[in-house]
Design a protein around this ligand. Structure first.
Ligand SMILES: C[S@@+](CC[C@H](N)C(=O)[O-])C[C@H]1O[C@@H](n2cnc3c(N)ncnc32)[C@H](O)[C@@H]1O
Length: 188
């Protein structure tokens, strides 16, 4: 739990009114709602999840909170993110959040997969503005979790010339979730 709080607390530093953000794994909508609140009425949030019922539930959550008008939710894979983000927003995204794994209290067989996760990360790396942030939270406890985290870790290594990288994991617990925070450098 504290990693989701940590991800939001890092993201908060990169968000201001008018910012554009992505929740790449909308799930139960906690990060989507957080992003929508941070960007205010002049901002915009894209949220995607492959589970249509999750997207529908989040739509209600955002409507209830009065923030739905500044969000676009799409039931699809994050591997299609580039086709969803408006051209004028490409290269202007302040924060993109990935919370990998399965939907808590949902179908645990529907989990993020390394191949689509890496495809999505590749796209998001290009969509983020200089000075913007990508957070990736990976869980190791479920089947396939360690393999996905390994792929993400390798992907992160390839981005170190473009992004400053922070990696958080509980010391002494090899099954602890891993949180990466990648901050895109300004070109010099
Ligand atoms: C850990 S949950 C996300 C939790 C969410 N951030 C929240 O605040 O409740 C992971 C989510 O990723 C979704 N997912 C799995 N594969 C996906 C994909 N290829 N594209 C987008 N979402 C995917 C699952 O359906 C699940 O809802």
């Amino acid at each position: 739990m504290h990693f989701t709080v940590e991800a939001q607390s890092i993201a908060k530093r990169y968000l201001a009114a008018g910012a554009i953000a992505i929740d790449a794994t909308t799930g139960n909508g906690f990060d989507t709602l957080f992003l929508a609140e941070q960007v205010g009425d002049s901002g915009f949030v894209y949220g995607v999840d492959i589970q249509t019922h999750a997207i529908e539930a989040v739509r209600h959550k955002l409507q209830h909170a009065g923030t739905f008008h500044r969000c676009r939710l799409t039931a699809c894979s994050h591997a299609q993110l580039k086709t969803i983000v408006e051209e004028s927003h490409q290269g202007a995204i302040s924060v993109a959040m990935f919370n990998l794994g399965y939907l808590p209290f949902g179908d645990k067989t529907i989990v993020t997969q390394p191949e689509s996760t890496i495809l999505a990360l590749d796209q998001v790396a290009g969509l983020i503005r200089p000075g913007g942030l990508i957070t990736i939270l990976a869980y190791l406890g479920h089947s396939g979790g360690k393999t996905e985290a390994l792929h993400v870790g390798q992907w992160v290594e390839t981005k170190k010339d473009e992004f400053d990288v922070e990696r958080h994991q509980d010391a002494g617990n090899e099954n602890s979730p891993i949180l990466w925070a990648l901050s895109k450098r300004f070109k010099t």
